[in-house]
Design a binder for this molecule. Structure first.
Ligand code: HEC
Length: 96
C-alpha cells in the first residue's frame, strides 16, 4: 500500500513537471496555434500545417530560420527556436 501511494505521488510530481515545462512539444506547438489554428488546422488565410510530414515541417522551419525562404513573419518566428525545439515541434505536428 505504501509503495503504491509513493508511486502515485511520484506520477503526480512527474505530471506537474511536464505541465510546467515550456519546452514540452505540446507547449511549443501552442505558440503556433494562434495563427495556424488549433492543432495546425488553420481556419483562414494562413497555410495549414496539420498533416505535413515531420521532416518537411522541420525543413521548412529551418529554411525560414536561415532566411532561405521568403516570409512575412515565419522567418522571425523560426529564429526563436533551437534546432532541438524545431525537431520537437515538427514531430508533434507530424505525428498527428
Ligand atoms: C504570427 C502568426 C504565425 C505564428 C505564431 C506562426 N506562424 Fe507559421 N506561418 C504564418 C504565415 C503568415 C505563414 C506564411 C509565410 C509567411 O508569410 O511568413 C506561415 C507559414 C508557415 C509554414 C509554411 C507552410 C507552407 O505550406 O508553406 C510552416 C511550416 C509554419 N508556418 C509553421 C509554423 C510553426 C511550427 C509555428 C509555431 C512554432 C508557426 N508557424 C507559428 C504565420 C504564423
Amino acid at each position: 500500500m505504501r509503495a503504491l501511494l509513493i508511486s502515485i505521488f511520484g506520477m503526480c510530481m512527474l505530471a506537474t513537471a511536464a505541465a510546467a515545462d515550456e519546452t514540452a512539444p505540446a507547449n511549443l506547438a501552442n505558440a503556433c496555434a494562434g495563427c495556424h489554428g488549433t492543432d495546425g488546422k488553420s481556419p483562414g488565410q494562413i497555410p495549414m500545417i496539420a498533416g505535413m510530414a515531420a521532416a518537411d515541417l522541420a525543413a521548412e522551419l529551418r529554411q525560414f530560420k536561415n532566411d532561405q525562404k521568403a516570409a512575412t513573419v515565419m522567418n522571425r518566428i523560426a529564429k526563436g527556436y533551437t534546432e532541438a525545439e524545431i525537431d520537437a515541434i515538427a514531430n508533434y505536428f507530424g505525428g498527428m
